[in-house]
Design a protein around this ligand. Structure first.
Ligand SMILES: [Mn+2]
Length: 318
């Protein structure tokens, strides 16, 4: 791919590179950043990993060089590579960087970079990072392999989503060859729950409301639930997936009370395009996983609004 070469030329000529993923980063955002970081350091580049969010989600603290991530931009740098950011504002900075390489797999990506490497078919941004590294014969060390593997594992729902194909397993296999340890990564990601998180899940699951003949379900997380259980916002991450896992459910929606409104997280199982719903509320995402923040605090009002959108999205079933 020509763009892979072009991007690498820019990297070679840069003095100070900033890697930036989206605010409230997930496994793919941070894993892609730290995967790229490990390789660029190995070839002797000066690199800063930036993320506007602080503190970062604790469940990702096992990623190699996690503690190198900073929420302060260096005063001077000449190249930024954004990873997993569908739009420029997702990076969380005001000023445009001197030069920007945009690497992402969101179908809603706005091509805001000077070089845009977008592949909506990729299961994770980390997959594109991997293809980029391969295309330029760059050295994938153990740290890079671990971060990229973790990114792919999280963004495919542990290899469960429609995006998973032969290539995803080939890449996973290569990353294991380069030193990623699948059992270790899985344990670090999925077997370090806190008791507060389980208590929060119990409270949240208690609010599940089915609608549309069981084809849709809502679940709520209030600030009070977080306060009572001592759980954090990151602890809410998997709730909407579990609700989608209810057998007849095609669309699941979590409503979470945040400082600036109610965050909606949408998931679908087989056919519904939830990214359309998210985009309507100025959010974004993928066909099967999307989200937005609505500046409004009335759960019932938002649910009633969303029920109409969900009914529309459910019509896509043939
Ligand atoms: Mn991603």
């Amino acid at each position: 791919m020509k763009k892979f070469k072009e991007a690498f030329e820019k990297i070679k000529n840069a003095n100070h590179i900033v890697l930036a993923a989206h605010k409230n980063p997930d496994g793919d955002a941070l894993g892609s950043s730290l995967g790229m970081y490990a390789v660029l350091k190995e070839i002797g580049k000066r690199v800063t990993v930036f993320n506007v969010t602080s503190p970062l989600p604790k469940y990702l603290d096992f990623l190699p060089n996690f503690n190198k991530v900073t929420n302060t931009l260096p005063k001077e740098y000449d190249l930024m590579i954004s990873l997993d950011c569908a739009s420029f504002d997702r990076i969380g900075i005001e000023k445009r960087p001197p030069f920007l390489i945009n690497i992402d797999h969101h179908i809603s990506n706005t091509n805001y970079g000077d070089i845009n490497i977008i592949n909506p078919k990729a299961a994770a941004t980390a997959q594109i990072v991997f293809e980029f590294l391969k295309a330029n014969s760059l050295p994938i060390n153990k740290d890079a392999a671990t971060s990229l593997y973790a990114a792919i594992l999280t963004d495919t729902g542990s290899f469960q989503y429609d995006s998973v194909d032969e290539r995803v397993f080939q890449i996973a296999s290569e990353l294991i060859k380069h030193g990623a340890n699948p059992a270790y990564v899985a344990k670090m990601l999925f077997q370090r729950d806190s008791l507060s998180r389980l208590r929060l899940l119990a409270k949240a699951y208690d609010t599940i409301e089915m609608c549309c003949d069981g084809k849709a379900a809502f679940v709520e997380v209030t600030k009070e639930m977080l306060e009572i259980t001592g759980a954090t916002r990151d602890d809410t991450d998997t709730i909407v997936n579990s609700v989608r896992n209810i057998e007849p459910v095609e669309i699941a929606c979590m409503l979470r009370e945040d400082e600036d409104g109610i965050k909606i997280s949408l998931r679908s199982k087989n056919y519904a395009d939830v990214s359309k719903i998210a985009v309507k509320y100025k959010g974004g995402g993928h066909i099967r996983a999307a989200g937005a923040t609505i500046k409004e605090f009335d759960f019932e009002k938002i649910k009633n609004m969303l029920k109409e959108d969900i009914k529309e999205a459910l019509k896509e079933d043939k």
